[in-house]
Design a protein around this ligand. Sequence first.
Ligand SMILES: [Zn+2]
Length: 471
Amino acid sequence: MKHPLLAIALGSLVFLSACDKAEQTFTQDEIKTAETLRDNALNENVAYELLESLTTEIGPRMVGSENEKRSIAWAIDKFETLGFDKVYTEPVTVPRWLRGKAEASIISPYPQPMHITSLGHSVGTPDGGIEAEVIHFATLDDLKNAPEGAADGKIVFISNRMERAQNGSGYGKAVPARSTGAVEAAKKGAIAIIIRSIGTDNHRVPHTGMMRYADDVTRIPAAALSNPDADVMERQFERGKPVTVALNMENSFDGEFITQNVIGEITGSETPEEIVIIGGHLDSWDLGTGAIDDGAGVSITMAVGKMIADLPNAPRRTIRVIAFAAEEIGLFGGKAYMEQHRDNLDNLIIGAESDFGADRIYAFATNVREQALPAMAEIAAVLKPLGIEHTGNEAGGGPDISPLRAIGMPVANLYQDGTRYFDLHHTADDTLDKVDPEQLTQNVAAYVAFTYLMAQHQGKLSKIEATESQE
Ligand SMILES: [Zn+2]
């Protein structure tokens, strides 16, 4: 303690060292290795090759389908081939929903066929379909505010439009029409609901996605029109004449079954019981091939694991890459994972899921205790040359990570540019050709630097405040 300033500040130093003890930052060697991994990732093709394989050899991975089963075998095989030293699965119990055909056409005033898709978990129509007058609401709130019985015997149509935004914020505003519209419509007496797709494109492909029923409300069929079809519907309403639609949907349920979270690990060299979690979800909707949602996230994080497995020395902590099951139908894989691992929460150091497509990462955020922020700033500095800004400490971690965050696990987000994500999301257009290989490698570069540094980071991250009770 020779430095005069340090001597003067002795009192506060004692305080600081007591606080900071648990959180050290990185050595020069560690930063150098992270930078090398980052730069090498930009010349690697592994993530794209994985995504090409998944979308070509498996394709759509709807929960409960044969393809989903094959995708589990695919993930096990890839983890093993890529050099993960521990590969295993954990069970996830899920309902099996079976999509049947969905057809709609305008009967009057100007007959024409419509392009629609059933929303996930929707019931079908009565045999032979239904034919009814349509009642139009611009928003879900308009429907909620309508008088009792306003939609008696009618088909509700909600035409709210999703706004395009880099961070995808338009989704949260628009999606309640999809998730809860059927319940609100049934409360007003409706016999079915059709919505404008929750998406930002003008292609004639409808967007599917989850919807929910309430126990005490009649279950009515729910479907989404492609956006151009919703435009046609609105223009027919503008003519001032009653609009009648024929709707035929044939969905069904087939009990519960057990699927699997697939997990690959690079075992840590010093504190193997401490885990850094990254991953994506392996399931997808059935309309496209699940390239951006979320083959990309699985491929990015698998490629990260491979790069770290290839280092001459394993990192201090274990890296656990999780290909979550059954995200699309209600976070079943993420919730099951949390339940199965909540007793080990103290060893789950941090988690981050990639589930927002494959376009470039533009922002890095965390959700950690204040004393860990200096270390997060050092990670942000390594990410900065990739064009990634450090945007704060209110991250959610990603959908399948959110149940763990809710009980106190620290999380991070590497935010992808979502400007065009919702043009493709949950549609037949979610295919490999939409993925830009260069932007995909930038994702791997960011994730590998983050993951490696978190696996080297000395001292535990304290748990963050739980937002859900432990019961
Ligand atoms: Zn997803």
